[in-house]
Design a protein around this ligand. Structure first.
Ligand code: GDP
Ligand code: MN
Length: 379
């Protein structure tokens, strides 16, 4: 589960990682009140789970409470790469002397944790890795041995951060590691970690992912979970036990098996379209599952057409077809639903769709034909 910046910073504060003082607001009035309480210059930050908020107009510095209100007015409701801003974080503005980067993550391939520290922060670490790899220090941490003091030194000295930042960075690195382990995180990233005018090292941004499988150990994380699952389709899918990921396009996708769904995304892309989601109904999906899947996808107003791509193995074509017909019977459907059925009971399935004789159903013989039809319909 990926946290919002303000939630990551709440965890930082809990583990003693220094963060700017601030609070979250959902209205411009609230943002003004927070700014007043903090006093002085503040920064107003869009709370969406995408990077590059600054460039998208999602981060604004404000001299006083009334300009904080204006900043929040401009940011709330903004669409940043398909994410609507419902909250802003209002923080005391920081005086930045230098921007660095710190992260610790699970390195599955090495069966270790990977800790990185860089003197180049505030930009994509991939960019730094490409243009200036010397500026990144890396250590692999054995989870059983833990982060060793010599490794902390290697990070701090190897990254080339300023001498006056070293002491603060040592403390930050140790605390981030402690939090990473104790919170069962899979990623803790601080970009930028900054050196302030008065030589303190603080976390100016946070990107934290927690391991869902470890939630039973953290009943106190329940609140984080409730706030994160705010996307209506994702919440609906979760309630119905469906495997669903929202994407940015307008062609809704249903397939059985992750591999088939991924190939479907590819053919939609080749046909010049963009998928609105990733929905894998899995093996053996029955009519009810199909009907629920369609309901979730159709509740997204961005969806202009749906592409159902099923290759029947355990899943039966007639069950899938019945699910589509059932969904059309109980939902108001205003977009075309392109259906490509193959494999087990595909013939029976096609017959069911034909007999339903519904104006929204568009049959297709092959995967590429189906993609073409769905993309055309979406345009
Ligand atoms: P992101 O671009 O979405 O990752 O958002 P960040 O939280 O990393 O902020 C982007 C940039 O905004 C930072 O790298 C800083 O340069 C700038 N910024 C953020 N907060 C402050 C602040 O309190 N003071 C100043 N001067 N700049 C800030
Ligand atoms: Mn950042």
């Amino acid at each position: 589960m990926d946290l919002f910046e303000f939630q990551g910073k709440e965890l930082f504060a809990r583990w003693g990682v220094p963060v700017p003082e601030g609070r979250v607001a959902t209205t411009a009035e609230e943002a003004e009140a927070v700014a007043k309480e903090l006093g002085g210059k503040v920064v107003v930050k869009a709370q969406v789970q995408v990077g590059g908020r600054g460039k998208a107009g999602g981060i604004k510095l404000a001299e006083d409470a009334s300009s904080a209100r204006e900043a929040a007015e401009a940011i709330l409701g903004l669409d940043i790469k398909g994410h609507i801003v419902h909250r802003v974080l209002v923080e005391k503005a920081s005086d930045i002397k230098a921007e660095y980067y710190a992260s610790v993550m699970l390195d599955r391939a090495e069966k270790r944790y990977l800790f990185m520290l860089s003197s180049k922060g505030g930009v994509d670490i991939e960019e730094v890795a490409a243009s200036d790899p010397e500026a990144i220090a890396k250590v692999g941490v054995d989870p059983l041995l833990g982060l060793q003091p010599f490794q902390v030194n290697k990070l701090v000295f190897g990254s080339g951060i300023h001498p006056e930042a070293r002491k603060g960075a040592v403390s930050m690195v140790n605390l981030l590691y402690k939090m990473f382990v104790e919170a069962d995180a899979t990623l803790v990233e601080v970009n930028p970690m900054i050196l302030t005018g008065d030589d303190r090292v603080i976390a100016l941004d946070s990107k934290v992912s927690l391991d869902d499988s470890a939630f039973f150990r953290h009943p106190d994380f329940e609140e984080l979970r409730e706030i994160v699952a705010t996307d209506p389709q994702e919440r609906m899918a979760k309630e119905k036990g469906l495997n669903f990921i929202k994407l940015e396009g307008d062609v809704g996708i249903i397939g059985n098996g992750a591999g088939l769904v991924m190939s479907t995304l590819d053919v939609v892309d080749q046909a010049g379209g963009k998928a609105a989601n990733f929905m894998d109904v899995g093996g053996g999906a029955n009519a009810e599952v199909l009907s629920n899947a369609l309901e979730v996808i159709l509740s997204d107003t961005r969806v202009r057409s749906v592409l159902i791509n099923i290759f029947g193995g355990i899943t039966r074509g007639d069950e899938v077809a019945q699910g589509v017909v059932d969904a059309l019977g109980r939902l108001e459907v205003s977009v075309p639903i392109v259906v490509r059925l193959d494999g087990t009971n595909a013939v029976e399935g096609r017959k069911i769709l034909l007999e339903a004789n519904h104006e929204r159903i568009v049959p297709a013989e092959t995967m590429s034909e189906a993609a073409r039809k769905a993309v055309e319909a979406a345009q």
